[in-house]
Design a protein around this ligand. Structure first.
Ligand SMILES: NC(=O)c1ccc[n+]([C@@H]2O[C@H](COP(=O)([O-])OP(=O)(O)OC[C@H]3O[C@@H](n4cnc5c(N)ncnc54)[C@H](OP(=O)(O)O)[C@@H]3O)[C@@H](O)[C@H]2O)c1
Length: 346
């Protein structure tokens, strides 16, 4: 029926501009709706976490650690997971969480990119606590990709297996895909494996699954190629899953901006990667402190939010991207270039 309109160049444009105008007309109502939703959320009953069980991956530092403390203050039992590293702080995080009020904390060393280890830590959680109320898929890594950078430099950060690369004598181009796959292993598959094994238990408790995606999955900032892709995949997957499991299970998607954690403060500097991370990304957008962010996340989750964006202004950038893609590109490229130049001079 509408084919004739869309096939004609003039009417096709007309439909577009009329739709834009309609959007503009209804935007005051959308604004009021947003405001009402925000105000309502202030008075929304808060889920009582006392005695409930929360499993958090990637809890040895950053947001995972701080979310563990927030849940601990609310009296939740915790299972916290991080990869086994000689200097891992996971045990200390467990201790601190107990001090803050968690009745019981189980810490498990596991690599979320390994399917059997995900099964193992979900099973261990159920063996210890007998239930699971919130699953927080938080473990993640970030690297930057640029066509000018020697891609092999990413290896230490990405933990990639060197053997097959050497054995098969991969070109740099191919190697980039190996790294890409490994990032997907942690950021994407790590969340999916965990969700898969946890789902029956979360279903039983009519619980929540929180997935830590990123605004990068929507805004696609420069040099974030692999990271953006992994986070965009997470957003797509969990938005789709939501239809299958809701209302029994609530899916909460986090699309955070730049938060002051290891990821943006060049933790990997000593390993020869991450220089660009500090110089380019940390100053690209205003950052938020990790603690207020973790408080806002746990608060939002307990109040029944299904998506959380912190700092809040990042939501406006989503709108700009979808409504005015050219403006979005202009902003990122101009701002990014000027910051890069400054950094080079510095
Ligand atoms: N900070 C931001 O600006 C920002 C913005 C949007 C989204 N996020 C997301 O927030 C999440 C948490 O990151 P963060 O900012 O808190 O950085 P972080 O301090 O580096 O935390 C990442 C956590 O994930 C763990 N981890 C990494 N690989 C793992 C694996 N294979 N198995 C198990 N655990 C693993 C890390 O353990 P180790 O330290 O022991 O390696 C660490 O505990 C990530 O998914 C990130 O993408 C962060």
């Amino acid at each position: 029926m509408y084919q004739a309109y869309f096939n004609n160049k003039f009417t096709n444009s007309l439909v577009y501009y009329v739709s834009l105008l309609l959007l503009l007309l209804i935007s005051p109502f959308l604004f009021i709706w947003e405001l009402i939703t925000t105000l309502r959320s202030c008075f929304h009953p808060i889920e009582n976490m006392s005695g409930k069980v929360v499993l958090i991956t990637g809890a040895s530092s950053g947001l995972g650690e701080l979310m563990a403390y927030e849940y601990a203050k609310r009296g939740a039992c915790l299972a916290i997971v991080a990869i086994k590293e000689p200097d891992s702080r996971l045990e200390k995080v467990a201790e601190r969480a107990r001090e803050l009020g968690s009745p019981d904390v189980l810490f498990i060393f596991a690599d979320v990119s390994k399917v059997d280890e995900c099964r193992m830590f979900v099973d261990d959680t159920i063996k210890r606590f007998g239930r699971l109320d919130h699953l927080v898929c938080n473990a993640g890594i970030a690297n930057l990709y640029s066509v000018n950078i020697d891609i092999t430099k990413f290896a230490p950060v990405m933990n990639i297996c060197h053997v097959p690369c050497k054995k098969h004598n991969h070109s740099k181009q191919l190697l980039s895909w190996v790294i890409y796959e490994h990032m997907q292993d942690i950021n994407f598959w790590g969340s999916l494996y965990t969700t898969h094994f946890a789902m029956p238990h979360v279903m039983r408790s009519s619980g929540k699954i929180v997935v830590n995606a990123s605004c990068a999955g929507i805004l696609n900032p420069p040099k974030g190629g692999f990271y953006n892709t992994s986070k965009a995949a997470l957003i797509s997957f969990y938005e789709s899953l939501r239809f299958e499991v809701s209302p029994r299970v609530t899916i909460v998607i986090l699309t955070l901006g730049f938060i002051e954690t290891n990821i943006i403060t060049a933790k990997y500097l000593g390993k020869g990667v991450g220089v660009a991370l500090r110089k380019d990304f940390n100053s690209l957008l205003p950052t938020m402190g990790a603690e207020p962010c973790a408080i806002a996340i746990v608060d939002g989750v307990c109040k029944g939010a299904t998506s959380i964006t912190e700092p809040r202004f990042v939501k406006v950038l989503f709108l700009v991207k979808f409504l005015f893609p050219e403006l979005h590109q202009f902003y990122l490229s101009k701002f990014y270039r000027s910051k890069s130049k400054k950094n080079k001079k510095g």
